[in-house]
Design a protein around this ligand. Sequence first.
Ligand code: SAH
Length: 250
Amino acid sequence: MTATPAWPPQSAPRLYVETALGEGVSVAVDGNAAHYLISVMRVKADEIVLLFDGASGEWAAKARDIRKRDLVLECVAQTRPLETTPDFWLCVAPIKKGRIDLIAEKACELGVARLQPVLTRRAVVDKLNLDRLRAHLVEAAEQCGRTALPELSEMMKLDALLRDWPNGRHLFFADETGGAPIAEALTAHKGPAAFLVGPEGGFDPAERDAIRAHPAAVPVSLGPRILRAETAAIAATAAWMTLNGDWAKE
Ligand code: SAH
């Protein structure tokens, strides 16, 4: 009996594109993505590249018309349908460059559906480069096999976030001053959720009161140590995925 060779090849590069994909669709690729495929991955004619557009699942595409700085990828077969992303948002105060980038990358890998930057009073950073953050989300999605990109929202002020909070979505609040143990809180509150994590300086007392007063808020503790904001965001997401997300599924 001959073994069936793996198709598409496991080594096939994976690329996010903004073109809507489908049977027979050709995507012209240039710029950094073309450089990566042609010069770094050394893709040759007829080799397979996996594509996803965030909406149409994943497609095996054949490389053709390879030139120095551009090539064409033609979809030949769908390899995976669009994934269902667990209904979890990560709401984080902006923090310094490398650290917020780390949050974006890990949030994507861990399966977050939406990343919502939230401006709080003690934030040391009040501007965010959304293009850079988005590039980190895309790169992480390419690497980890996601077929849907996490949604990246414009930064909102905390009071606006609380005012416009959707009905039926739990707002787990990582409160360094104390709250319910996380496993207990997550087990008691299943369904659509978000985690809110503060900046380096934490939340100020008035903010903490306003969050705690919100009907959707569930204050939780992430243990006896003060975590850095990025550690808290990543750890809280992993805990939610473990107990209420898709880590338990086959
Ligand atoms: N400077 C603050 C700590 C901020 S830590 C202080 O010294 O009190 C940044 C954010 O991470 C916090 O706002 C909170 O949302 C989260 N966080 C850190 N450690 C936590 C813990 N043990 N429990 C719950 N949330 C925590």
